[in-house]
Design a protein around this ligand. Structure first.
Ligand code: ATP
Ligand code: MG
Length: 287
């Protein structure tokens, strides 16, 4: 990792001298399908540095009036530097497409890993929650709220490190916002009710994520969208008897899935929580 990183040209200085273009890259296999285009494995010709190139069709973006959102995603993600946040090295465009030069996460979506193993052992889950809490604390310090934390938006690199991706719904703001976004099962009550919300929406999502890590399903899953919403608004939380989960883990989840957003456990307190302190692997390099 380090040796291969040593070859990377500073993307910003290159951007300042000469903008990137498609000819700078050799294009490899497709890595996945995005809403408005595909993501490809690619290699910068000079440095041989491997990246993921996300292709977005301008016409699609225009059709859905999401130019503004993409601009925000680019602005925010290129400012963030944290081992658990996917780097955005730069971008360029031609007539029809916009290309995002992203850090390559070889093991793909955390969602796929969860599907394969169903649920995670407590130590692994605690390590993940600890890394994500640290990454979110970094975002919140910079006044960035992600707002769409879920297993589909977390990628895994070759070393198994988590990388938060998809800043499409994130906001750079110190004030409370009122916009509907995110995915149903992970929506906090204030967003279901379309009330004002702030950075503590990410703390709620971390609670949902922790539950899904341990039980393999999100806590408020239901047949219909309206039933899910009802369960979220009542915070209809229950813990199945299998798999057997420690009381400390349930305690942490219960302190995050709190309707009153001001009473949710802070990210700092998550890191100090006994379940994290006793189970998270502090040697796993996430900060
Ligand atoms: P959606 O909203 O449906 O998630 P999207 O437009 O946000 O789509 P992405 O999620 O960014 O697109 O990318 C689509 C897929 O490509 C991902 O689910 C993942 O499997 C793969 N992919 C994206 N970025 C990377 C990356 N940096 N490294 C490895 N794989 C990636
Ligand atoms: Mg995505």
């Amino acid at each position: 990792m380090a040796s291969h990183k040593g070859n990377v040209p500073d993307p910003r200085s290159k951007q300042a001298v000469k903008p990137w273009c498609l000819q700078d890259f050799e294009i490899g296999k497709p890595l996945g399908r995005g809403k408005f285009g595909n993501v490809y494995l690619a290699r910068e010709r000079k440095s041989k540095y491997v990246v993921a190139l996300k292709v977005i069709f301008k016409a699609q973006l225009r059709k859905h009036q999401l130019e503004h959102q993409l601009r925000r995603e680019i602005e925010i993600q290129s400012l963030l530097r944290h081992p658990n946040i996917l780097r955005l090295f730069g971008y360029f465009h031609d007539e029809e497409r916009i290309f995002l030069i992203l850090e390559y996460a070889a093991r793909g979506e955390l969602y796929k890993e969860l599907q394969r193993v169903r649920y995670l052992p407590e130590k692994r889950a605690a390590t993940y929650v600890s890394c994500l809490a640290q990454a979110l604390a970094y975002c919140h310090e910079k006044h960035v709220t992600h707002r769409d934390i879920k297993p589909e938006n977390i990628l895994v690199d070759l070393q198994g490190q988590l990388k938060i991706a998809d800043f499409g719904w994130s906001v750079h703001s110190k004030t409370k916002r009122q916009t509907m976004c995110g995915t149903l099962d992970y929506l906090p009550p204030e967003m279901v009710e379309n009330r004002l919300h702030d950075h503590t929406v990410d703390n709620w999502c971390l609670g949902i994520l922790c539950y899904e890590f341990l039980y393999g399903v999100p806590p408020f899953e239901a047949e219909s969208q309206s039933d899910t919403f009802r369960r979220i608004l009542r915070v209809d939380l229950s813990f199945p008897s299998t798999p057997a989960i420690s009381a400390e883990a349930k305690d942490l989840i219960s302190r995050l899935l709190v309707k009153d957003s001001s009473k949710r456990l802070s990210l700092q307190k998550i890191l100090e929580h006994p379940w994290i302190a006793q189970n998270a692997d502090s040697t796993s390099s996430c900060a």
